[in-house]
Design a protein around this ligand. Sequence first.
Ligand code: PMP
Length: 435
Amino acid sequence: SFTDQIIKREKSEALFEEAKQYFPGGVNSPVRAFKSVSGPPLFIKEGQGCRITDEDDNQFIDFCCSWGPLILGHNNALIRERVIETVKKGTSFGTPNRLGNELGKLILHHHPYIDKIRFVSSGTEAVMSALRLARGVTGKSKVIKFEGCYHGHVDSLLVKAGSGLATFGVSTSAGIPEAFAKETIVIPLNQPEALEKALKEHANETACVIMEPVPANNGLLLQDRSFLQYVRQQCTAHGVLLIFDEVISGFRVGFSGAAGYYDIQPDILTFGKIIGGGMPVGAYAASHEIMGHIAPDGPVYQAGTLSANPVAMAAGLAALEQLIQEDFYERMAQKTHRFVETIEQFCLDRGYEISFPHIGSIFWIAFSNERILASDQIDPAGMEKFKVLHHELLQRGVYLGPSGYEVGFVSAAHTDADLDEAAEKICESLEVVFA
Ligand code: PMP
């Protein structure tokens, strides 16, 4: 039922063939390989605002936005200018620098759930460091995580994790010692009894519970606030730390992320993506007391050659300065809601089996009319429909991340007119999907 290939993909195809000689699977991160959608991955050469252009000069309205960092859209002028100005003075010194102070100050001033922060270079590194911190603080080693939450490619967390792993149907990775995996207890989302049982049996040896408070790597599995509150209470009651992995939700569902959105105080928070304005930055943060355990103040070691390098700090600063503007998040949520509702109404009128869970400027296309709260509710058959949708959208100039398990992101650069255009193309494509 695919529309015949209209857009040219010759250059992307040739570049992908070449890339296969250099990189495993032709890529430097697995989900980029377009394994679960059709055709070769697009090689993007430029992004401006909400649009990206590939090597064959096709243009798309982009809802992947580099997997989340680009909340201000592509090539934001203020970020670009600050990066250029900074890079003229050098790229890295391996010393403290003023821009690091400025970014740290801005974040801590506007984020009431943290007192101190440490910058690293990716979300994975942030989570890895947060786990070590939780273990160092508690002197315990086990970790409880939720099925369908992804926390980067940290050894002990690549268990029932979602993201590229959900796409490929792999529940864990080769190369992880059994002894590490044994330190991880996996429980389902949205099931208070499962958490209660795990904590009853293992609290004495468990350092922390880690969760994405807005699970967004295996579909968008929006939890009830009451469940998140229950997790918080149980952790406190059992002397187990709670880590909110806010690599996606941080600075996205509000400046203070899901902690602020739900008003729940976690013990440790991890960040990535938006915090670096499109440059490689991650961070972890907590109270003065907990952060006091980190070297050189305390015994938990963590370091990084390129941590808080000035160019990345400049990009993060120029990004976050724009996010603290009044009403920024309200406007983002409003236009996303309007966009989603337009499509939802179209589908409702036609009786399509599809729904569009969304929060703030994050949305997901779920091929189901049920509310989905846990990964085992997702029908894999929906992924075939997504494949058709993805293809039809590429033909019409709309780019979604290349997997039905991935969420979409709206940026500040998507105007109402852009969103209307995209909604129309999505509706047209869904007519093909459900034909
Ligand atoms: N945690 C969460 C919740 C994520 O979504 C991701 C990446 N998608 C990571 C951690 C890992 O971040 P990175 O890819 O920057 O290592």
